[in-house]
Design a protein around this ligand. Structure first.
Ligand SMILES: [Zn+2]
Length: 414
């Protein structure tokens, strides 16, 4: 059953009561990004704690009634979501924080949280009878779109900027999508994809514009809450690029609150790299978002013109959260730290939240007696070149036991 009540424009606030899938507000144009609203009173009777206890579908599809999708094809889809929420025992000690969880979203089928949005996009494209799905992305949305389109037999045309890391480029081609590597940055890739999508009438998976992408993204919050028995942590920390993920994180918790399943929305810490921090600057100066350089190794959040500014800024404002930025050196350190302490290998953007939490603790934004969940948004194997910066590669070892012992002593193992 479809519980969608309508779509509300994030700019003018106008509500469109229609079962037709709209992309953007007809009055505000392309900037009028829409928010999907549901009949929460009707959903309260469906999405009960009892429903979740009895539901054995351990994937994001368990939330189908509040995702705005038809359920006809979900059994054919890859398993997306229900990624582990790891309780930290080591990193928490190092940071001096009492209760810390890591949501390892890099364990999704294509290795990033973007699978949540791409899964919904592919279903929506099939519902719409589309012949081709297309998107532009810094890399993860692209590889996840290619992944789920491949599984459902839907051709995909994917646009990426030339700096997309090798792991992601390889994934896209391996999944059989038509890959367009644009000679330019993400802004250039986005522009070309927009023109091509309009010209050829493809299904548009571009996350900011398509309101259903957030309906997939928000499931990460539904899972965090459910995995913590509907008592989410005081804070949730997430890295921010386009703003769609953080927008989804807030929407998920806010909807659980509306459904009476949690008694408060966690405060959200949005983390960017100092090399590309349009949200941090806008929030600090209380001014509209300005275009900025994309100068960070965290490619997934190197977004100079975020396409979803309103949802992202509101996520932090409405949750009484905060914005923070960290230099790339801290991001590289965080990769090593998370790997060493928790056995979790995140890509640079994936671990930016770890670096952000460390800084927020130092600055007193987050207190050490507060509980925190960090969302790791992408797997480290996607970007092996940058991962190399976080490690010391050992020299070649002669096959000689004495030499081995010298090395082991140096490492403190014997
Ligand atoms: Zn509008």
């Amino acid at each position: 059953m479809n519980y969608i009540k309508g779509y509300r424009c994030t700019i003018c606030g106008k509500f469109f009561e229609t079962q037709e899938a709209l992309l953007t507000c007809p009055d505000c144009g392309e900037k009028g990004i829409l928010d999907v609203e549901y009949d929460y009173e009707a959903l309260k009777k469906v999405l009960t704690k009892d429903y979740f206890e009895k539901n054995r579908n351990y994937s994001m599809w368990r939330y189908a009634p509040i995702m705005g999708i038809k359920e006809d094809h979900i059994d054919e889809m890859l398993r997306i979501g229900w990624t582990p929420l790891v309780k930290s025992h080591n990193l928490s000690k190092i940071l001096g924080i009492k209760e810390l969880y890591v949501k390892d979203d890099g364990l999704n089928p294509s290795g990033s949280s973007k699978d949540r949005a791409s899964g919904v996009a592919v279903l929506k494209a099939i519902e719409a009878g589309a012949k081709v799905i297309s998107c532009s992305s810094t890399g993860n949305a692209a590889s996840s779109c290619a992944c789920h389109a491949a599984h459902m037999g839907l051709p995909a045309v994917i646009f990426v900027p030339k700096r997309a890391p090798i792991g992601k480029l390889t994934q896209i081609s391996l999944y059989g999508a038509t890959l367009v590597i644009v000679d330019g940055d993400y802004k250039a890739a986005f522009k070309l994809s927009k023109e091509a999508i309009a010209k050829h009438g493809w299904y548009n998976r571009n996350a900011a514009i398509n309101p259903f992408m957030v309906e997939g993204k928000k499931t990460v919050s539904l899972e965090i809450a459910e995995q913590l028995n509907f008592k989410p942590t005081d804070w949730v920390v997430v890295s921010v690029g386009d703003g769609c993920t953080i927008g989804g994180v807030y929407k998920g918790f806010n909807e659980l609150f509306k459904l009476g399943l949690i008694d408060r929305v966690p405060r959200i810490l949005g983390v960017q790299s100092t090399g590309c921090e349009p949200f941090v600057v806008a929030a600090k100066n209380h001014e509209p978002l300005k275009e900025c350089d994309e100068n960070t190794i965290a490619d997934s959040i190197a977004v100079g013109i975020p396409r979803n500014p309103i949802k992202a800024l509101r996520a932090v404002e409405y949750s009484k959260g905060a914005w923070i930025s960290v230099p790339d050196e801290e991001i590289i350190k965080a990769m090593g730290l998370l790997g060493k302490t928790e056995g979790i290998f995140g890509e640079p953007a994936g671990v930016t939240g770890v670096a952000g939490l460390a800084k927020a603790l130092k600055e007193g934004i987050i207190k050490k007696d507060e509980s925190v969940t960090i969302i790791v948004t992408g797997n480290g194997l996607k970007d092996p070149n940058n991962a190399q910066k976080a490690i010391v590669k050992p020299d070649l070892m002669e096959p000689n036991i004495e030499k081995l012992d010298i090395y082991l002593k140096e490492k403190g193992v014997i």
